[in-house]
Design a protein around this ligand. Structure first.
Ligand SMILES: Cc1cc2nc3c(=O)[nH]c(=O)nc-3n(C[C@H](O)[C@H](O)[C@H](O)COP(=O)(O)OP(=O)(O)OC[C@H]3O[C@@H](n4cnc5c(N)ncnc54)[C@H](O)[C@@H]3O)c2cc1C
Length: 384
């Protein structure tokens, strides 16, 4: 497909945020939308490397509310977008091993229940009885929501891209944006290797790269790329069919069923920010030792694959939505490692902001870029 000379709206980035924004803009009647992705395929950034987890269990109301809108959109995905996305509800089980986490999660579960999310509180013995194959002597309590689960990230991206294209969106791969043109404080277009494309509106959906991208427009966006990685195992026939998505919260160590085996990951709290997406072998060894301690049967299974990707981390672990000091330049970024699940609603809210001036489906005004300069940070506790 040839690169057009102009577009009403240019979206930079073909991960879940760009794909969902493109679809929602087009479904609101804005068809002259151009999506540009630097890689040769869509969804090769954070989205294609993510663990696919979707959950209601968060520590702030705004994140729970985003889940309350976004997860039902994933449930309706096949009917609306005509794409199967393999939504598996096995529930997330947070394991809590220290009194501070127990107190905080207790409050968070009350808040979730108040908002209509049916998260359950379990004591240590309930959990030990449920998962006798795990070593859980130190577990004090846990929280479980049976509606949390897993969804296939690539299907969601390709579903949105296909649906957007059917509505007239031009979505191009192998077109890195190399510059952003601003005149008198307003967006006038973007530069690519081949040509300049004029447009009054740019949506920056470049996730871990959005700090770099927005610099091209002269805007400081506090998104830090931080590597995270996981491994998958060969088949584990001993796993019970009701094995949930287990998160050992204090260690940031998680396990979830993946095919006939498990996927397990662990966040390195000392990871140095950067764009390296190679596996850190030393950390992988440390992670596997911790995983075997929790689930000893892992000692006897093989590794099937491993992958590293980048979290897009903001100072308060909440996303950044909306307008910037440059007129026509919008952000949908900074989901801090849990953005895949919020991709559906994020694209819808972005379409409202761009076309109607503000988000109408829910109030996300507190998630603006200006909060970092104005000291309005909102901390999320449930970061994995
Ligand atoms: C290991 C790992 C596990 C995760 N697990 C989960 C999970 O279980 N659940 C969950 O909800 N989230 C999870 N996440 C987080 C989730 O993946 C991200 O929050 C989400 O995918 C961000 O989507 P995005 O569209 O903003 O970014 P991306 O998917 O990275 O998309 C940005 C795109 O922009 C493109 N781009 C960048 N610069 C340019 C340019 N100059 N020109 C053109 N294109 C450009 C990139 O190539 C990329 O495709 C995980 C992330 C990682 C790394």
């Amino acid at each position: 497909m040839t690169i057009p000379d102009t577009a009403d709206i240019i979206i930079i980035g073909g991960g879940v945020m760009g794909a969902s924004s493109a679809y929602h803009l087009a479904s609101k009647g804005c068809h002259n939308v151009l999506l540009l992705e630097k890689e040769d395929f869509f969804g090769l950034g954070a989205t294609g490397r993510c663990a696919g987890g979707v959950r209601y269990q968060f520590g702030t109301e705004v994140n729970v509310r985003l889940s309350l809108l976004s997860l039902p959109m994933l449930e309706r995905f096949k009917d609306e977008i005509e794409q199967e996305i393999d939504y598996r509800k096995m529930g997330y089980l947070f394991l809590l091993t220290n009194p501070v986490d127990v107190n905080t999660f207790r409050k968070n579960v009350n808040m979730q229940n108040r908002l209509g999310v049916n998260t359950q509180w379990l004591n240590g013995d309930d959990i030990r009885k449920w998962l006798p194959m795990m070593r859980l002597e130190d577990v004090l309590a846990g929280s479980f929501n049976p509606r949390d689960g897993l969804v296939d990230p690539n299907s969601v991206v390709m579903g949105y891209i296909g649906a957007a294209q059917r509505l007239g969106v031009k979505a191009l791969t192998s077109v890195p944006v190399t510059g952003i043109q601003v005149h008198s404080g307003k967006i006038i277009g973007v530069e690519t290797r081949e040509k300049v494309i004029s447009s009054p509106v740019v949506v920056d959906a470049t996730g871990p790269w959005s700090g770099q991208t927005s610099q091209m427009a002269g805007i400081n966006v506090p998104v830090t790329p931080i590597r995270r990685q996981w491994v998958t195992t060969s088949a584990i026939p001993q796993l019970p069919p009701d094995f949930p998505f287990v998160i050992d919260f204090a260690q940031s160590l998680y396990f979830h069923p993946e095919g006939p085996g498990l996927l397990t990951g662990m966040s390195n709290p000392h990871e140095i920010p950067g764009f390296d997406q190679n596996i850190d072998q030393e950390w992988e060894l440390f992670h596997l030792e911790a995983a075997i301690k929790r689930l000893p049967l892992l000692e006897r299974v093989g590794l099937a694959s491993h992958l590293a990707g980048l979290y897009e981390v903001t100072p308060d672990a909440h996303p950044i939505f909306g307008k910037t000091p440059v007129a026509g330049y919008y952000l949908v970024t900074g989901f801090s490692g849990h953005g895949f699940m919020h991709g559906p609603i994020a694209g819808k809210l972005m379409a409202e902001i761009v076309l109607e001036g503000s988000a109408t489906t829910m109030d996300i005004s507190m998630l603006d870029l200006a909060r970092f300069n104005e000291g309005r940070l909102i901390q999320e506790y449930n970061v994995v």
